[in-house]
Ligand binder design. Structure first.
Ligand code: PMP
Length: 359
């Protein structure tokens, strides 16, 4: 008899990341993980390199400099920021702190897979709420809430759909949650939306809303694993107790600090993403492959059937173009395509055109 893990753990499906290789194809273009095709800013890379001189020292435990930089750039209260190894780790902390056996953790139908993993890992019950036209439905979320609901995760913009709901809708959700439930606004793609604060003002206005953010997307630092959360004082104080002193390395902290201080780079990447996203969405729509209006750094291309999407995926892969079939194939007729640089976008459109038989 094998020693058994805690209940829930064996219900977790192993996470499959975006493919990075195709057998037999030497030069691939990876458009499967919503990464910034331009990588991190030069200032971030320089800061990264400098940390080689202090690797024998333990990192600081309070993350004061990184929190101060984030607070300054976003106009936030530094004492209500917590930093972690990607926003994944902040999601994990939230589940550890607020959910357990018999509790429910809500998220939308096509929500990010980590919500389910983190809920099951603490023995809580994941509850998937239906969306309307691949967009979060506040009424459906509220209808799914009950006395066991502890956390409601909502990515805005959402991955893999790219859709977004309004600030007014989010405020309505926060206002009507049961008193024991916390709303987590996942802003992994917030920087791609010009002028959007990721929900920070709502966090400031209420005591039941937390925002999570990441350096993995527009900052181009997915490989380094840095994210952060912003919340009411009582929540940050709780999460800080379980964070542990050394969850982030000196390299992570100093690179992220330099990255967040380089907002010109963020603005440049956002502008280029917006330009190529609308170009690619239009090009594919003209080929008979529509997508919802995406506010993020990817589009969810819809094919006529799951078979067609699968065939197109294989056709693209044979040319070294790696895109993503998504959300455990709950959208089997869709392919999620990260917005790469201009050349990659043109290659994708060209290949889809060939696939569709358009010369
Ligand atoms: N939230 C959403 C909606 C995401 O798409 C991702 C990355 N795929 C994350 C959170 C986690 O990102 P990271 O842990 O790299 O910060």
């Amino acid at each position: 008899d094998q020693i058994k893990p805690q209940p829930g753990i064996l219900d977790i499906a192993l996470y499959e990341g975006g493919k990075a290789h195709v057998a037999g194809v030497a030069n691939v273009i990876k458009l499967s993980s919503n990464e910034n095709p331009f990588g991190p800013s030069d200032r971030a890379k320089e800061a990264f390199a400098r940390t080689v001189h202090s690797l024998h020292r333990y990192p600081v435990t309070d993350h004061a400099d990184l929190r101060a930089a984030i607070a300054e750039v976003h106009g936030l209260d530094a004492s209500r920021i917590i930093c972690g190894a990607g926003s994944d780790e902040i999601i994990t902390f939230l589940c550890q702190a607020y959910a357990g056996p018999r509790d429910e953790v809500l998220f939308t139908e096509h929500g990010f897979l980590m919500y389910r993993i983190s809920a099951l890992a603490v023995g809580a019950t994941p509850v998937e709420v239906p969306e309307r036209e691949r967009t979060a439905d506040v009424d459906a979320i509220l209808a799914a809430c009950n006395r066991r609901t502890r956390l409601v995760f909502l990515a805005n913009p959402n991955n893999p759909t790219g859709t977004m709901i309004s600030g007014a809708e989010i405020a309505r959700l926060a206002e009507n949650l049961p008193p024991q439930a916390l709303l987590v606004l996942d802003g992994a793609y917030a920087e791609y939306v010009e002028g959007y604060d990721g929900g920070a003002a709502l966090v400031d206005a209420r005591d039941n809303v937390v925002m999570t953010r990441t350096f993995s997307k527009v900052y181009g630092l997915g490989g380094l694993r840095i994210g952060w959360g912003y919340g009411p004082r009582h929540v940050i104080e709780v999460l800080s107790r379980i964070r542990g002193p050394f969850n982030l390395s000196t390299t992570q902290l100093e690179t992220a600090e330099a990255a967040v201080r380089d907002q010109d780079y963020v603005a440049k990447c956002r502008a280029e993403n917006t330009r190529m996203r609308s170009w690619l969405a239009n090009a594919l729509a003209e080929l008979g492959v529509p997508s919802d209006t995406s506010m993020a750094n990817f589009i969810l291309a819809r094919f006529a059937s799951a078979e067609e999407a699968e065939a197109c995926d294989a056709f693209l892969q044979a040319q070294g173009l790696i895109v993503r079939r998504v959300a455990g194939y709950k959208l089997p007729h869709c392919l999620r395509i990260t917005i790469g640089d201009e050349a990659s976008c043109r290659q994708v459109a060209h290949a889809v055109g060939q696939f569709k038989g358009v010369k």
